[in-house]
Write a protein that binds this ligand. Structure first.
Ligand code: PMV
Length: 295
């Protein structure tokens, strides 16, 4: 028995960092993929990612539990750059969990898959909100708030630009620094409310096809992220150059570098912009775990 699994990347469109503190955030899938091939094995569990053996105990023990004593070889190839805000770890962990269940011919409920992937994510990110995991598992557009069931919106895919700042960073360190800033600010409540509003308004704009409004909301969100210290001089400079060319851009994910997301998709002199589509099908749907329930 062998299985193939395909998992998209994700981009946070609105609300990163504030989502950790209970605000709404909007995440979508991105048409950049991680692939896993798995087959049963008599020699225990062997996992390889982009040609390198994965030996981490936390990964092996969870996969062993899902496989209920069966052996497996899982080979992962990824187009998703690591440490860039595009959900590479959520996609990797999701692929391992989905491949393991699929090898046993099992299709557990989304909540079970989410719980397993989150167990792996916590080892890497400390106290992740879970937004990355819903982004890659559900795909399309997910309005997410901690403690509430995520709401899936199967709206039109939108073409956007992704720009690599070339800077790489640690999500954990940035979340800690941003959390301290948010918690100690005299404007905590106002910032949390504003971030929530940007996420819900962003969703309405995509739903209505109001692209001018979407652009302004992206610009406003980038300003808010800049205030809490997760932008960089390079990102500020890229965003300013794009803005003078009628394109708005913001951090996607933890910030501190990584990729920035730009809208509308348009050429800007001197900046290498990768054309991509957001709002595509997520991993549950792509791999037959889920039939596509939506809000
Ligand atoms: O791991 P990244 O860069 O995709 O960022 C995750 C989003 C944060 O809001 C910064 C953290 C979280 O757990 O929600």
């Amino acid at each position: 028995m062998s299985v193939e699994i395909k998992v998209p990347a994700k981009a946070i469109l609105f609300g990163e960092h504030f989502v950790v503190h209970g605000s709404y955030a909007l995440v979508s899938s991105v048409d950049m993929y991680l692939y896993a091939k798995a087959q049963q094995s008599k020699k225990g569990i062997y996992i390889e990612s982009n040609g390198r053996q994965v030996k981490a105990d936390y990964v092996l023990s969870l996969i062993e539990r899902i496989l209920e004593g069966e052996g497996a070889e899982i080979y992962v190839k990824s187009e998703i750059p690591p440490g860039a805000g595009l959900g590479s770890s959520a996609a990797f962990h999701s692929a391992l969990v989905l491949a393991s269940y699929a090898l046993l011919g099992k299709r557990p409920a989304p909540d079970q898959v989410f719980a397993d992937v989150m167990e792996l994510e916590r080892h890497v990110h400390g106290n992740p909100s879970g937004i990355d995991v819903w982004g890659v598992l559900y795909g399309h557009y997910v309005l997410f708030k901690r403690g509430e069931s995520p709401r899936l919106f199967n709206l039109r895919p939108v073409r956007v630009g992704l720009v690599d700042t070339g800077e790489r960073r640690s999500t954990k360190d940035l979340v800690k620094a941003a959390s301290d800033f948010i918690a100690n600010s005299p404007h905590t409540r106002a910032m949390l409310e504003l971030s929530s509003e940007l996420a819900t308004e962003g969703l309405s704009s995509i739903r209505a096809g109001d692209w001018i409004r979407l652009r302004y909301l992206i610009r406003a969100n980038q300003s808010l992220l800049r205030i809490i210290g997760v932008s960089t001089p390079k990102i500020d400079q890229l965003a300013a150059t794009m803005e003078t060319n009628g394109v708005s851009a913001k951090i996607t994910g933890a910030g501190g570098g990584g990729y920035i997301i730009a809208f509308p998709l348009r050429c800007v002199n001197g900046i290498s912009i990768r054309a991509t589509e957001i709002g595509v099908a997520g991993a549950l749907e792509l791999n037959g775990f889920y039939t596509g329930k939506q809000s």
